[in-house]
Ligand binder design. Structure first.
Ligand code: ASP
Length: 424
Protein backbone atom coordinates (compact mmCIF):
# COMPACT_ATOMS: atom_id res chain seq x y z
CA UNK A 1 0.00 0.00 0.00
CA UNK A 2 2.55 2.48 1.17
CA UNK A 3 4.76 1.62 -1.80
CA UNK A 4 1.96 2.40 -4.19
CA UNK A 5 1.48 5.63 -2.37
CA UNK A 6 5.13 6.53 -2.67
CA UNK A 7 5.17 5.60 -6.34
CA UNK A 8 2.12 7.74 -6.94
CA UNK A 9 3.55 10.60 -4.95
CA UNK A 10 6.82 10.31 -6.87
CA UNK A 11 4.96 10.79 -10.12
CA UNK A 12 3.68 14.19 -9.10
CA UNK A 13 5.94 16.44 -11.08
CA UNK A 14 7.41 19.60 -9.71
CA UNK A 15 6.01 22.66 -11.51
CA UNK A 16 8.22 23.91 -14.31
CA UNK A 17 8.78 27.34 -12.80
CA UNK A 18 10.19 25.77 -9.65
CA UNK A 19 12.59 23.72 -11.72
CA UNK A 20 13.66 26.83 -13.61
CA UNK A 21 14.19 28.70 -10.36
CA UNK A 22 16.24 25.80 -9.00
CA UNK A 23 18.18 25.73 -12.28
CA UNK A 24 18.95 29.38 -11.79
CA UNK A 25 20.06 29.03 -8.18
CA UNK A 26 22.25 26.03 -9.01
CA UNK A 27 23.59 27.94 -12.01
CA UNK A 28 24.66 30.83 -9.79
CA UNK A 29 26.38 28.42 -7.43
CA UNK A 30 28.05 26.49 -10.27
CA UNK A 31 29.20 29.74 -11.84
CA UNK A 32 30.63 30.97 -8.55
CA UNK A 33 32.58 27.73 -8.14
CA UNK A 34 33.70 27.22 -11.74
CA UNK A 35 34.52 30.83 -12.52
CA UNK A 36 35.47 31.44 -16.17
CA UNK A 37 35.50 27.65 -16.73
CA UNK A 38 31.69 27.78 -16.67
CA UNK A 39 32.08 28.82 -20.30
CA UNK A 40 32.28 25.09 -21.10
CA UNK A 41 28.67 24.44 -20.09
CA UNK A 42 27.35 27.42 -22.02
CA UNK A 43 26.56 25.35 -25.16
CA UNK A 44 23.69 23.71 -23.25
CA UNK A 45 22.24 27.20 -22.87
CA UNK A 46 22.87 27.97 -26.52
CA UNK A 47 20.79 24.90 -27.41
CA UNK A 48 17.92 26.34 -25.40
CA UNK A 49 18.22 29.75 -27.03
CA UNK A 50 18.30 28.21 -30.50
CA UNK A 51 15.18 26.20 -29.69
CA UNK A 52 13.40 29.38 -28.64
CA UNK A 53 14.50 31.09 -31.84
CA UNK A 54 13.08 28.16 -33.76
CA UNK A 55 9.66 28.78 -32.22
CA UNK A 56 9.32 32.48 -32.87
CA UNK A 57 8.28 32.65 -36.53
CA UNK A 58 5.74 29.81 -36.68
CA UNK A 59 4.37 30.57 -33.23
CA UNK A 60 3.77 34.25 -33.90
CA UNK A 61 2.39 33.63 -37.35
CA UNK A 62 -0.07 30.90 -36.44
CA UNK A 63 -1.28 32.39 -33.18
CA UNK A 64 -1.83 35.82 -34.72
CA UNK A 65 -3.80 34.45 -37.67
CA UNK A 66 -5.93 32.40 -35.28
CA UNK A 67 -6.32 35.34 -32.89
CA UNK A 68 -7.62 37.62 -35.61
CA UNK A 69 -9.96 35.09 -37.21
CA UNK A 70 -11.51 34.37 -33.84
CA UNK A 71 -12.81 37.94 -33.80
CA UNK A 72 -14.96 37.24 -36.83
CA UNK A 73 -18.26 36.41 -35.19
CA UNK A 74 -18.00 39.60 -33.18
CA UNK A 75 -17.91 41.80 -36.23
CA UNK A 76 -21.55 42.57 -35.71
CA UNK A 77 -20.41 44.32 -32.60
CA UNK A 78 -18.22 46.55 -34.73
CA UNK A 79 -18.48 49.68 -32.66
CA UNK A 80 -17.80 47.94 -29.37
CA UNK A 81 -14.97 46.02 -30.98
CA UNK A 82 -13.39 49.16 -32.31
CA UNK A 83 -13.77 50.98 -29.01
CA UNK A 84 -12.21 48.06 -27.12
CA UNK A 85 -9.30 47.74 -29.51
CA UNK A 86 -8.57 51.49 -29.30
CA UNK A 87 -8.53 51.35 -25.48
CA UNK A 88 -6.45 48.16 -25.58
CA UNK A 89 -3.85 49.79 -27.80
CA UNK A 90 -3.70 53.10 -25.94
CA UNK A 91 -3.34 51.47 -22.52
CA UNK A 92 -0.76 49.05 -23.90
CA UNK A 93 1.32 51.93 -25.23
CA UNK A 94 0.95 53.65 -21.84
CA UNK A 95 2.14 50.48 -20.10
CA UNK A 96 5.27 50.19 -22.23
CA UNK A 97 6.00 53.86 -21.67
CA UNK A 98 5.80 53.36 -17.90
CA UNK A 99 8.12 50.38 -18.27
CA UNK A 100 10.61 52.28 -20.42
CA UNK A 101 10.47 55.28 -18.09
CA UNK A 102 11.19 53.22 -14.96
CA UNK A 103 13.97 51.26 -16.64
CA UNK A 104 15.55 54.44 -17.99
CA UNK A 105 15.48 56.18 -14.62
CA UNK A 106 16.55 53.25 -12.47
CA UNK A 107 18.82 51.46 -15.00
CA UNK A 108 18.40 47.95 -13.53
CA UNK A 109 20.92 46.35 -15.90
CA UNK A 110 23.62 49.00 -15.58
CA UNK A 111 25.87 47.12 -13.17
CA UNK A 112 26.16 43.99 -15.27
CA UNK A 113 28.68 44.97 -17.96
CA UNK A 114 28.06 41.85 -19.95
CA UNK A 115 29.39 41.29 -23.40
CA UNK A 116 28.55 38.95 -26.18
CA UNK A 117 30.69 38.50 -29.21
CA UNK A 118 29.41 40.97 -31.72
CA UNK A 119 26.75 42.35 -29.41
CA UNK A 120 28.18 45.83 -29.24
CA UNK A 121 26.74 47.95 -31.96
CA UNK A 122 23.92 45.53 -32.71
CA UNK A 123 21.41 48.06 -31.47
CA UNK A 124 22.80 50.63 -33.85
CA UNK A 125 22.37 48.34 -36.80
CA UNK A 126 18.62 48.65 -36.56
CA UNK A 127 17.44 50.80 -39.46
CA UNK A 128 15.93 54.25 -38.82
CA UNK A 129 12.31 54.21 -37.72
CA UNK A 130 10.91 55.64 -40.98
CA UNK A 131 12.61 52.86 -42.87
CA UNK A 132 11.23 50.32 -40.42
CA UNK A 133 7.73 51.69 -40.92
CA UNK A 134 8.05 51.58 -44.70
CA UNK A 135 9.51 48.09 -44.55
CA UNK A 136 6.65 46.80 -42.45
CA UNK A 137 4.79 45.73 -45.60
CA UNK A 138 6.60 42.66 -46.92
CA UNK A 139 7.13 42.70 -50.65
CA UNK A 140 7.44 38.96 -50.37
CA UNK A 141 5.78 37.38 -47.32
CA UNK A 142 7.54 34.07 -47.83
CA UNK A 143 10.83 35.92 -47.73
CA UNK A 144 9.69 37.66 -44.53
CA UNK A 145 8.95 34.29 -42.95
CA UNK A 146 12.21 32.79 -44.16
CA UNK A 147 14.35 35.66 -42.95
CA UNK A 148 12.41 36.04 -39.69
CA UNK A 149 11.41 39.67 -40.19
CA UNK A 150 8.97 39.84 -37.32
CA UNK A 151 7.22 43.12 -38.07
CA UNK A 152 6.59 42.04 -41.65
CA UNK A 153 5.37 38.67 -40.44
CA UNK A 154 2.98 40.32 -38.00
CA UNK A 155 1.66 42.62 -40.72
CA UNK A 156 1.06 39.73 -43.10
CA UNK A 157 -0.51 37.57 -40.38
CA UNK A 158 -2.93 40.38 -39.44
CA UNK A 159 -3.86 40.92 -43.09
CA UNK A 160 -4.35 37.21 -43.68
CA UNK A 161 -6.38 36.84 -40.48
CA UNK A 162 -8.67 39.76 -41.36
CA UNK A 163 -9.18 38.41 -44.87
CA UNK A 164 -10.01 34.96 -43.57
CA UNK A 165 -12.52 36.55 -41.22
CA UNK A 166 -14.07 38.44 -44.12
CA UNK A 167 -14.59 35.46 -46.42
CA UNK A 168 -16.50 33.55 -43.73
CA UNK A 169 -17.55 30.06 -44.81
CA UNK A 170 -14.83 29.70 -47.43
CA UNK A 171 -12.14 30.32 -44.81
CA UNK A 172 -13.10 27.33 -42.69
CA UNK A 173 -10.53 24.80 -43.99
CA UNK A 174 -7.67 27.30 -43.77
CA UNK A 175 -8.72 28.45 -40.31
CA UNK A 176 -8.87 24.85 -39.14
CA UNK A 177 -5.32 24.29 -40.41
CA UNK A 178 -4.01 27.41 -38.64
CA UNK A 179 -5.85 26.50 -35.45
CA UNK A 180 -4.34 23.07 -35.44
CA UNK A 181 -0.87 24.42 -36.27
CA UNK A 182 -1.18 27.02 -33.51
CA UNK A 183 -2.10 24.27 -31.02
CA UNK A 184 0.90 22.26 -32.19
CA UNK A 185 3.15 25.28 -31.73
CA UNK A 186 1.88 25.80 -28.17
CA UNK A 187 2.69 22.17 -27.53
CA UNK A 188 6.14 22.53 -29.05
CA UNK A 189 6.67 25.61 -26.89
CA UNK A 190 5.76 23.53 -23.85
CA UNK A 191 8.28 20.88 -24.91
CA UNK A 192 11.03 23.44 -25.42
CA UNK A 193 10.22 25.00 -22.07
CA UNK A 194 10.77 21.62 -20.42
CA UNK A 195 14.38 22.09 -21.33
CA UNK A 196 14.41 25.59 -19.80
CA UNK A 197 15.74 24.59 -16.35
CA UNK A 198 18.89 23.14 -17.95
CA UNK A 199 19.29 25.99 -20.41
CA UNK A 200 18.84 28.55 -17.66
CA UNK A 201 21.26 26.64 -15.43
CA UNK A 202 23.98 26.69 -18.09
CA UNK A 203 23.50 30.29 -19.10
CA UNK A 204 23.33 31.62 -15.57
CA UNK A 205 26.39 29.57 -14.62
CA UNK A 206 28.21 31.14 -17.56
CA UNK A 207 27.06 34.65 -16.57
CA UNK A 208 27.87 34.15 -12.88
CA UNK A 209 31.20 32.53 -13.75
CA UNK A 210 32.18 35.39 -15.98
CA UNK A 211 30.81 38.32 -14.02
CA UNK A 212 30.69 37.04 -10.45
CA UNK A 213 27.74 37.39 -8.13
CA UNK A 214 27.13 40.99 -9.13
CA UNK A 215 24.18 39.74 -11.17
CA UNK A 216 21.93 39.34 -8.14
CA UNK A 217 21.29 42.99 -7.36
CA UNK A 218 20.28 43.90 -10.92
CA UNK A 219 17.81 41.00 -10.88
CA UNK A 220 16.21 42.23 -7.67
CA UNK A 221 15.97 45.73 -9.13
CA UNK A 222 14.37 44.28 -12.25
CA UNK A 223 11.72 42.47 -10.20
CA UNK A 224 11.05 45.58 -8.16
CA UNK A 225 10.68 47.78 -11.23
CA UNK A 226 8.24 45.43 -12.95
CA UNK A 227 6.12 45.28 -9.78
CA UNK A 228 6.19 49.05 -9.24
CA UNK A 229 5.30 49.59 -12.91
CA UNK A 230 2.41 47.14 -12.71
CA UNK A 231 1.01 48.74 -9.57
CA UNK A 232 1.36 52.23 -11.06
CA UNK A 233 -0.38 51.14 -14.24
CA UNK A 234 -3.40 49.82 -12.35
CA UNK A 235 -3.58 52.66 -9.84
CA UNK A 236 -2.88 55.55 -12.21
CA UNK A 237 -3.89 54.54 -15.74
CA UNK A 238 -6.77 52.12 -15.07
CA UNK A 239 -8.21 53.96 -12.08
CA UNK A 240 -7.73 57.24 -13.98
CA UNK A 241 -9.67 55.98 -16.99
CA UNK A 242 -12.40 54.59 -14.72
CA UNK A 243 -12.87 57.93 -12.99
CA UNK A 244 -12.25 60.33 -15.91
CA UNK A 245 -13.78 58.45 -18.86
CA UNK A 246 -16.26 56.31 -16.93
CA UNK A 247 -17.04 58.91 -14.23
CA UNK A 248 -17.09 56.10 -11.70
CA UNK A 249 -15.50 55.65 -8.31
CA UNK A 250 -12.25 53.73 -8.95
CA UNK A 251 -12.32 52.23 -5.45
CA UNK A 252 -15.20 49.98 -6.49
CA UNK A 253 -13.25 48.89 -9.55
CA UNK A 254 -10.23 48.06 -7.41
CA UNK A 255 -12.37 46.12 -4.98
CA UNK A 256 -14.00 44.15 -7.80
CA UNK A 257 -10.75 43.05 -9.36
CA UNK A 258 -9.29 41.45 -6.24
CA UNK A 259 -10.52 37.89 -6.88
CA UNK A 260 -9.57 37.51 -10.54
CA UNK A 261 -6.29 39.35 -9.95
CA UNK A 262 -5.42 36.92 -7.17
CA UNK A 263 -6.21 33.97 -9.43
CA UNK A 264 -4.16 35.49 -12.25
CA UNK A 265 -1.31 36.08 -9.80
CA UNK A 266 -1.21 32.45 -8.76
CA UNK A 267 -1.99 30.74 -12.09
CA UNK A 268 -0.07 33.18 -14.36
CA UNK A 269 -2.58 32.53 -17.10
CA UNK A 270 -5.11 35.12 -18.18
CA UNK A 271 -6.91 32.56 -20.32
CA UNK A 272 -7.14 30.26 -17.32
CA UNK A 273 -8.46 33.14 -15.21
CA UNK A 274 -11.15 34.02 -17.77
CA UNK A 275 -14.08 32.36 -15.98
CA UNK A 276 -13.21 34.24 -12.78
CA UNK A 277 -12.77 37.47 -14.73
CA UNK A 278 -16.17 37.13 -16.38
CA UNK A 279 -17.81 36.32 -13.04
CA UNK A 280 -16.26 39.31 -11.32
CA UNK A 281 -17.13 41.71 -14.11
CA UNK A 282 -20.78 40.66 -13.98
CA UNK A 283 -21.28 40.14 -10.28
CA UNK A 284 -18.91 42.65 -8.71
CA UNK A 285 -18.67 45.35 -11.35
CA UNK A 286 -22.13 45.24 -12.95
CA UNK A 287 -20.97 44.72 -16.53
CA UNK A 288 -23.73 43.44 -18.82
CA UNK A 289 -23.60 39.83 -19.97
CA UNK A 290 -23.32 40.59 -23.67
CA UNK A 291 -20.43 42.99 -23.17
CA UNK A 292 -18.51 40.86 -20.71
CA UNK A 293 -18.78 37.79 -22.94
CA UNK A 294 -17.40 39.71 -25.89
CA UNK A 295 -14.86 42.11 -24.38
CA UNK A 296 -13.27 39.75 -21.86
CA UNK A 297 -12.36 36.78 -24.11
CA UNK A 298 -11.09 39.24 -26.70
CA UNK A 299 -9.09 41.06 -24.04
CA UNK A 300 -7.68 37.81 -22.66
CA UNK A 301 -6.33 37.13 -26.15
CA UNK A 302 -5.01 40.48 -27.29
CA UNK A 303 -4.90 42.90 -24.35
CA UNK A 304 -1.72 42.31 -22.36
CA UNK A 305 -0.59 45.53 -20.74
CA UNK A 306 1.37 43.79 -18.01
CA UNK A 307 3.24 41.78 -20.62
CA UNK A 308 3.97 44.91 -22.65
CA UNK A 309 5.25 46.76 -19.58
CA UNK A 310 7.47 43.81 -18.72
CA UNK A 311 8.85 43.71 -22.24
CA UNK A 312 9.70 47.41 -22.09
CA UNK A 313 11.55 47.06 -18.79
CA UNK A 314 13.32 43.87 -19.83
CA UNK A 315 14.41 45.16 -23.25
CA UNK A 316 16.12 48.11 -21.58
CA UNK A 317 17.50 45.84 -18.88
CA UNK A 318 19.17 43.69 -21.53
CA UNK A 319 20.44 46.71 -23.47
CA UNK A 320 21.92 48.17 -20.27
CA UNK A 321 23.41 44.84 -19.21
CA UNK A 322 25.23 44.55 -22.52
CA UNK A 323 26.15 48.23 -22.61
CA UNK A 324 24.26 48.86 -25.84
CA UNK A 325 23.13 52.43 -26.37
CA UNK A 326 19.67 52.73 -27.78
CA UNK A 327 18.61 55.55 -30.06
CA UNK A 328 15.23 57.25 -30.08
CA UNK A 329 14.16 55.08 -33.00
CA UNK A 330 15.14 51.98 -31.02
CA UNK A 331 12.80 53.16 -28.26
CA UNK A 332 9.99 53.64 -30.77
CA UNK A 333 10.76 50.24 -32.19
CA UNK A 334 10.49 48.71 -28.71
CA UNK A 335 7.11 50.42 -28.19
CA UNK A 336 5.85 49.20 -31.53
CA UNK A 337 7.17 45.65 -31.27
CA UNK A 338 6.11 45.22 -27.65
CA UNK A 339 2.59 46.39 -28.50
CA UNK A 340 2.38 43.92 -31.37
CA UNK A 341 4.12 41.21 -29.37
CA UNK A 342 1.73 41.63 -26.46
CA UNK A 343 -1.18 41.23 -28.90
CA UNK A 344 0.36 38.02 -30.17
CA UNK A 345 1.10 36.66 -26.68
CA UNK A 346 -1.03 33.68 -25.68
CA UNK A 347 -2.64 33.99 -22.24
CA UNK A 348 -0.68 31.09 -20.84
CA UNK A 349 2.18 30.92 -18.33
CA UNK A 350 5.51 32.12 -19.61
CA UNK A 351 4.29 33.14 -23.07
CA UNK A 352 5.59 36.67 -22.54
CA UNK A 353 9.14 35.36 -22.23
CA UNK A 354 9.03 33.84 -25.72
CA UNK A 355 7.62 37.11 -27.03
CA UNK A 356 10.42 38.98 -25.28
CA UNK A 357 12.84 37.11 -27.50
CA UNK A 358 10.94 38.56 -30.43
CA UNK A 359 11.30 42.11 -29.11
CA UNK A 360 15.01 41.60 -28.44
CA UNK A 361 15.58 40.17 -31.91
CA UNK A 362 13.72 42.99 -33.62
CA UNK A 363 15.66 45.68 -31.80
CA UNK A 364 18.91 43.80 -32.34
CA UNK A 365 19.62 43.00 -28.69
CA UNK A 366 21.47 39.82 -27.69
CA UNK A 367 19.19 36.89 -26.87
CA UNK A 368 21.62 35.82 -24.15
CA UNK A 369 19.85 38.45 -22.05
CA UNK A 370 16.80 36.23 -22.13
CA UNK A 371 18.47 33.66 -19.92
CA UNK A 372 18.98 36.13 -17.12
CA UNK A 373 15.33 37.14 -17.25
CA UNK A 374 14.14 33.53 -17.64
CA UNK A 375 15.37 32.57 -14.17
CA UNK A 376 13.02 35.02 -12.49
CA UNK A 377 10.34 35.00 -15.15
CA UNK A 378 7.70 33.31 -13.04
CA UNK A 379 7.90 36.04 -10.43
CA UNK A 380 7.48 38.65 -13.17
CA UNK A 381 4.73 36.60 -14.84
CA UNK A 382 2.64 36.73 -11.67
CA UNK A 383 2.59 40.52 -11.72
CA UNK A 384 2.10 40.96 -15.44
CA UNK A 385 -0.72 38.42 -15.71
CA UNK A 386 -2.60 40.19 -12.90
CA UNK A 387 -2.29 43.47 -14.77
CA UNK A 388 -3.43 41.80 -18.01
CA UNK A 389 -6.59 40.69 -16.25
CA UNK A 390 -7.17 44.03 -14.49
CA UNK A 391 -6.89 45.73 -17.90
CA UNK A 392 -9.56 43.49 -19.42
CA UNK A 393 -11.85 44.24 -16.50
CA UNK A 394 -11.29 47.98 -16.84
CA UNK A 395 -12.18 47.88 -20.54
CA UNK A 396 -15.32 45.85 -19.84
CA UNK A 397 -16.47 48.44 -17.29
CA UNK A 398 -15.76 51.40 -19.57
CA UNK A 399 -17.46 49.85 -22.60
CA UNK A 400 -20.43 48.83 -20.51
CA UNK A 401 -20.71 52.33 -19.04
CA UNK A 402 -20.40 54.15 -22.34
CA UNK A 403 -22.95 51.79 -23.93
CA UNK A 404 -25.35 52.52 -21.08
CA UNK A 405 -25.24 48.88 -20.00
CA UNK A 406 -23.53 49.15 -16.63
CA UNK A 407 -25.55 48.18 -13.58
CA UNK A 408 -24.36 51.02 -11.37
CA UNK A 409 -25.98 49.51 -8.27
CA UNK A 410 -23.93 46.36 -8.61
CA UNK A 411 -20.86 48.46 -9.45
CA UNK A 412 -21.33 50.55 -6.33
CA UNK A 413 -21.79 47.31 -4.36
CA UNK A 414 -25.00 47.30 -2.36
CA UNK A 415 -24.81 46.47 1.31
CA UNK A 416 -26.31 42.99 0.98
CA UNK A 417 -23.70 42.04 -1.52
CA UNK A 418 -20.91 43.38 0.63
CA UNK A 419 -21.97 41.46 3.69
CA UNK A 420 -22.16 38.39 1.46
CA UNK A 421 -18.58 38.97 0.37
CA UNK A 422 -17.32 39.44 3.87
CA UNK A 423 -19.12 36.32 5.06
CA UNK A 424 -17.06 34.33 2.60
N1 ASP B 1 1.15 34.72 -18.53
C1 ASP B 1 0.65 35.87 -19.21
C2 ASP B 1 -0.84 35.81 -19.32
O1 ASP B 1 -1.41 34.75 -19.30
C3 ASP B 1 1.22 36.06 -20.55
C4 ASP B 1 2.68 36.33 -20.39
O2 ASP B 1 3.47 35.40 -20.20
O3 ASP B 1 3.05 37.51 -20.43
O4 ASP B 1 -1.48 36.83 -19.40
Amino acid sequence: MSQTYIAAAGKKEMPLWQKILIGMVLGVIAGAILGPNAEYIKPIGTLFINAIKMLIVPLVFCSLVVGVTSIQDTRKMGRIGLKSVVIYLLTTAAAITIGLFLATVFTPGAGLNMSVEGAAGLGKEAPPIVQTLLNIIPKNPINALASGNILQIIFFALGLGISLALIGEKAKPAVAVFESLAEAMYQLTALVMKFAPYGVFALIAWVAGKYGLDILLPLLTLIMLVYVGCILHVLVIYSGIISIVGRLNPVNYLRGLVNPAAIAFTTTSSSGTLPATIKASREELGVSKSISSFVLPLGATINMDGTALYQGVCALFVAQAFGIDLSMSDYLLIIMTSTLASIGTAGVPGAGLIMLSLVLTTVGLPLEGLAIVAGIDRILDMARTSVNVCGDLMVSVIISKTEGELDTDVYAGDTNKESYQYER
